[in-house]
Design a protein. Structure first.
Length: 286
């Protein structure tokens, strides 16, 4: 009976994924969970299998839900998807934070609704104990202590914290921030802004203008003074109105909205029942 119920559950969400692919006329790859080092190898196997399928499309939609994680696999996964597909889009039914936000910025289009959120691009890097920590939080605290030191306001306890901080570790946090901004700038300019060719006044958009706009977005998304928290939700209206990013509101297509919500509910329930840390799905695999 257990196996029968499992089969029925798998069939249900597989049918919904096929329904989503038919609506989008594209391949769909579902990624649910943290972005951990080494995961790119598994993703590579899934995408290579799709690429060999006789029903492969030219475009793919990444159905993404993630709290974030490491930047290294994001770089490699972007290369994987771009090797096999002419167009890569993202659907965020719930949340894609930190490294997940950076990954979304590599897409040609980002699909969200009123409930969907991205987050600040606060890269997570390993500390001396090997645990992932939010880099910007450390950098902000160190800068705060340095400013207090310049004003001769540093307490003895704060002095000891500053004195004992590993400079090599601090530099790794700075490099992680710089890498996040560089990645986002490159991908926005290359993919998201590829069709932005004419200004509203009819003048041509230059490559320098695309790069400058991308840098402004990257800088704002990496500014902890604006967002205050690694997990701060950034919704569709903030992305569109404050950051001036083009976001596709999938809620405006009632059929697509219904399919996305139904599929996400089914996948979420399946993951919860199996207590999966990571979950991937394509039409060829669950």
């Amino acid at each position: 009976m257990v196996n029968k119920l499992e089969q029925l559950s798998q069939t249900a969400i597989s049918d919904l994924l096929l329904k989503l692919e038919a609506k989008l006329d594209a391949d769909v790859f579902t990624y649910y969970g943290e972005i951990v080092n080494g995961v790119e190898r598994e993703v590579k196997d899934f995408i290579e299998a799709l690429a060999k399928d006789s029903h492969k499309h030219d475009s793919i939609y990444i159905f993404l839900t993630t709290p974030g994680g490491s930047l290294t696999p994001v770089q490699r996964m972007v290369d994987i998807f771009r090797h096999f597909y002419d167009e890569v889009n993202f659907i965020v039914p719930d949340y894609a934070y930190s490294a997940g936000t950076i990954w979304c910025m590599s897409g040609d289009n980002i699909y969200m609704n009123y409930y969907s959120t991205l987050g600040p691009i606060d890269p997570q890097v390993p500390n001396k104990e090997g645990h992932l920590v939010a880099a910007l939080g450390y950098l902000d605290k160190i800068n705060e202590l340095l400013d207090k030191a310049k004003r001769n306001e540093l307490t003895q306890a704060e002095f000891l914290i500053l004195k004992d901080f590993d400079l090599a570790e601090l530099r790794s946090y700075e490099q992680a921030k710089e890498l996040a901004i560089d990645m986002l700038k490159k991908w926005l300019t290359t993919y998201k802004f590829k069709d932005w060719t004419i200004h509203s006044d009819g003048s041509a958009v230059t490559q320098e203008e695309k790069e400058q706009r991308a840098l402004e977005i990257a800088s704002k998304l990496s500014d902890n003074n604006v967002w205050k928290s690694h997990g701060r939700p950034i919704g569709i209206q903030v992305l569109k109105n404050d950051l001036h990013l083009e976001i596709v509101d999938f809620e405006k297509d009632s059929e697509l909205n219904e399919i996305i919500n139904e599929y996400y509910d089914g996948v979420s329930e399946y993951i919860k029942n199996h207590n999966f840390r990571l979950f991937f799905q394509t039409r060829l695999f669950i």
